[in-house]
Write a protein that binds this ligand. Structure first.
Ligand code: NAP
Length: 267
């Protein structure tokens, strides 16, 4: 009997999904049992990601793959429109969800937690699988206790729709849990060009840079008397999320209920 964790990937033809398929095919501890994607239907999953033939044809039928009983874990990188139903379906068939797709409401998360508990399986929703980004957030939150004056600058490609990024918002939230309320800067400050000081969050500012050629970067700058501290994380490519995805796949096999946020796995 195989001891490898059997993985189903949905959104296998997408930018993140392809990295996951590659990860699973190349990792000795994981086994790809199904790859789901509508546009790449019938292609060989190995060929889809530029590897040699894997002998697994991409299918569009997620429910059939889940119902087959062959999968231990579903990894989903699809769209906010489809991910909730995919997750409910996975739990129904006892397949542990590891979800990277963003866009869940707090109500959906608590409902999915309930379903995981009832089914007796683990699940994970992680809006950011990057270990470096999680560490940056944790270090920044810790530093804000001693350096409460700070600004966040995040950098992404120019086609990104939302600003600030989800990671910047999460960083701001984690900082706000540690740092006492403090409105920074000169109370008489005035912007002569609107937006020059960035977005306001709990007393500090968040700036969003959007330029072609950038993938994802964020820095938190702290200012103190006679000194400054910068904590910065740079992501260069999607493969950087995969060590986190693998940890997620392994962890969901070990507990019951839904964990929200990869930071809970980084002590
Ligand atoms: P993408 O390249 O657009 O891929 C999306 C995939 O979803 C495609 O394979 C698409 O294939 C599939 N899809 C679209 N509509 C679907 C539907 N209704 N039902 C089933 N499948 C559907 O997107 P991406 O850049 O890989 O990002 C995917 C998600 O991951 C986004 O929510 C993004 O924000 C998130 N993300 C998370 C992290 C993290 O660390 N957690 C990192 C990066 C991105 P077909 O339409 O051909 O089926």
């Amino acid at each position: 009997m195989s001891k490898r964790i059997r993985v189903i990937v949905s959104g296998a033809g997408g930018r993140m999904g392809k990295e996951v398929v590659k990860l699973v095919l190349e990792d000795q501890e994981l086994e790809l049992v199904a790859a789901i994607d509508r546009s790449a239907k019938d292609m060989d999953a190995g060929r889809l990601v530029g590897l040699e033939e894997a002998g697994i044809a991409v299918t569009a039928d997620l429910e059939a793959a889940l119902a087959s009983g062959d999968g231990d874990v579903l990894v989903d990188f699809t769209t906010p429109q489809s991910v909730y139903d995919n997750t409910v379906l996975a739990i129904k068939y006892g397949v542990r969800p590891v979800i990277g797709t963003t866009g869940f409401t707090p109500e959906q998360i608590s409902e999915l937690d309930k379903q995981c508990q009832e089914r007796g399986i683990g699940g994970l929703i992680a809006p950011n699988f990057s270990i470096g980004a999680i560490l940056m957030m944790k270090f920044a939150a810790q530093a804000s206790k001693y350096f409460p004056h700070l600004e966040i600058i995040e950098y992404h490609g120019d086609q990104k729709l939302d600003a600030p990024s989800g990671t910047a918002i999460k960083t701001a939230e984690m900082i706000s849990e540690m740092r006492s309320e403090l409105r920074q800067g000169n109370p008489k400050e005035e912007e002569t060009i609107e937006g020059a000081r960035g977005g306001y969050y709990n007393g500090f500012r968040i700036h969003s840079v959007r330029l072609p050629g950038i993938f994802a970067q964020e820095e938190v700058i702290f200012g103190g008397y006679g000194q400054s501290l910068k904590i910065r994380h740079d992501s260069y490519e999607r493969a950087g999320y995969m060590p986190g995805v693998k940890i997620g796949i392994q962890k969901v096999m070990q507990y019951t209920g839904l964990v929200y946020g990869f930071e809970h796995f980084i002590e």
